[in-house]
Design a protein around this ligand. Structure first.
Ligand code: C2G
Length: 133
């Protein structure tokens, strides 16, 4: 019985409970969870500027027990190649992306998980600013 491989993507900046709960639930769908981590350059394309560098965000993700591997996400278009390269069985994203990746269902299962309310990297960033003020 081959391992069921789960694939997800994200910036995972200022790592918080919403990320933990997404990764935990994604991992529970199979045997291995692999994360495509947005590079700093790709974040610019996404209109995001992460507080933590790619290197730090990768090290943090690799420390998470639910995560088996991390690779760079550099473009919007690489997902099909990634699914085929790692033989992903399931593609998972939070439901703020619901419907956006349904085209991938020709390659693997596509699952959208509910977002954790009242937390985001921007909330964390802003609360740090207020605390520092
Ligand atoms: N997330 C969540 N609950 C939150 C915040 C985030 O479940 N309160 C989920 C998001 O839905 C996403 C994952 O955690 O599935 C990572 O969130 P981000 O780093 O914000 O990911 P994003 O910038 O949306 O990148 O190609 C896809 C993109 O790289 C997705």
């Amino acid at each position: 019985m081959s391992e069921r491989v789960i694939l997800t993507y994200g910036t995972f900046d200022l790592f918080h409970i919403g990320h933990v709960r997404l990764l935990e639930r994604a991992r529970a769908l199979g045997d291995r969870l692999v994360v495509g981590l947005s590079t700093d350059e790709f974040n610019e394309a996404k209109g995001k500027k992460a507080t933590y560098s790619y290197q730090d965000r990768e090290e943090i993700l690799r420390s998470v027990r639910f995560v088996s591997d991390v690779f760079p996400e550099r473009t919007w278009e690489q997902k099909v190649q990634d699914i085929q390269r790692i033989a992903a069985d399931v593609f998972v994203m939070g439901d703020d992306w619901a419907g956006k990746f349904d085209d991938l269902s020709q390659y693997c299962d596509v699952v959208y998980l509910s977002r954790t309310p009242d937390i985001s990297s921007s909330i964390v960033r802003n609360s740090l600013r207020i605390a520092a003020a």
